[in-house]
Ligand binder design. Sequence first.
Ligand code: SF4
Length: 150
Amino acid sequence: MSKLCQFNGGCMGCCGHDFTSEESISLAIKSNTKDFNKLKPKTKQDYLKFRDRFPKQNLQYGVCRNLIYQNRSRHYCIGCPLHPTHHHDEDLRIGHCDHLFLCPSAKAFNQWQPVTQQAFLDFVKKKELSNIQYSIEIASGNLVNNFIYQ
Ligand code: SF4
């Protein structure tokens, strides 16, 4: 886990692959959110039903079928409803995705000194990226490279 995963409205850079555009990613997340809101899961079984409504390899526009828009303190973030924070520490992602994966950007960030980490977060903030743009740039390594070679 890295601070980068929660930063800038939430990162979804590792919740899929072969992303095409911000627009198609947003469409996929909206469609997942619609399914989620229709099901309104409450129990663990409900959440598993949501998770298993498609096979795990079945992505939409390269995006995981579980990724949704979540309203946190009246602020829309991208998040995974299977995450342990929603299930008393039980991780419903296990067996569905590589929940321990850490991208090269997050690995690099975790090794930096706090002062460098803060400088990077300020660098990102100034760019005013949407959370999807942020995710794409984190997953590609562009933000870290631009920060290092600025
Ligand atoms: S792409 Fe990297 S920063 Fe983003 S959620 Fe995955 S591990 Fe975290």
